[in-house]
Design a protein around this ligand. Structure first.
Ligand SMILES: [Mg+2]
Ligand SMILES: [Zn+2]
Length: 188
């Protein structure tokens, strides 16, 4: 895979502690962001526009306690479209991680793709191997953190999320929390 376009993930300040706590083989709970973590108001990138989806903190607490490593994988074409820049995205992501950590639900890392094949401006207009439904973000996370795809799970709200999971050998599950469906209970 050509990973030249892949951005470095945002790593939680506690990443080394979290990795040391997770027994091998490690498993990830991959989470799409908009529509799974927060309500998808469209290109959310500020605390003011963030509405958490019901049950998400409880789910991540459960994952953390059971030894899953929660990792966000998010397409961020709003950057490529020029709605906000990479620095603003990373500031916001640090705030999101802090919100989770404060609730005993630490996120390990956030992987993100700023590109869009049609609507990206300048260098952002590219068919990127990291943009879901491609598997680049998941593959990079699995290589970096020695994750076992067969023991990992992805939750997403769009078919493209599940496609990305399948392409990485990870089980993907569609959740539609915004429609009032509860988040799933994790298999132990
Ligand atoms: Mg989504
Ligand atoms: Zn990309």
């Amino acid at each position: 895979m050509n990973t030249a376009l892949l951005r470095s993930p945002y790593l939680d300040p506690a990443v080394e502690v979290l990795l040391a706590q997770a027994s091998l083989p490690r498993r990830a709970l991959f989470l799409d962001r908009d529509g799974v973590i927060n309500v998808n108001h469209g290109y959310v990138h500020t605390p003011e526009r963030t509405d958490w989806l019901p049950g998400i903190f409880e789910l991540v607490v459960q994952a953390h306690v059971a030894g899953w490593l929660p990792i966000v994988v998010t397409n961020q074409a709003g950057i490529g479209r020029g709605y906000y820049d990479e620095a603003a995205f990373l500031d916001y992501t640090a705030w999101v991680h802090a919100q989770f950590a404060q609730r005993g639900a630490p996120l390990l890392a956030t992987y993100w793709c700023p590109h869009h094949p049609e609507h990206g401006l300048g260098d952002y207009k590219v068919m990127c191997p990291c943009r879901k439904p491609a598997a680049g973000m998941l593959l990079a996370a699995m290589a970096r953190f020695a994750l076992d795809p067969a023991r990992s799970l992805l939750l997403g709200d769009k078919p493209g999320d599940v496609e990305a999971a399948s392409a990485a050998g990870v089980r993907g599950q569609l959740v539609t929390v915004a429609n009032g469906d509860p988040l799933p209970t994790l298999p132990v």
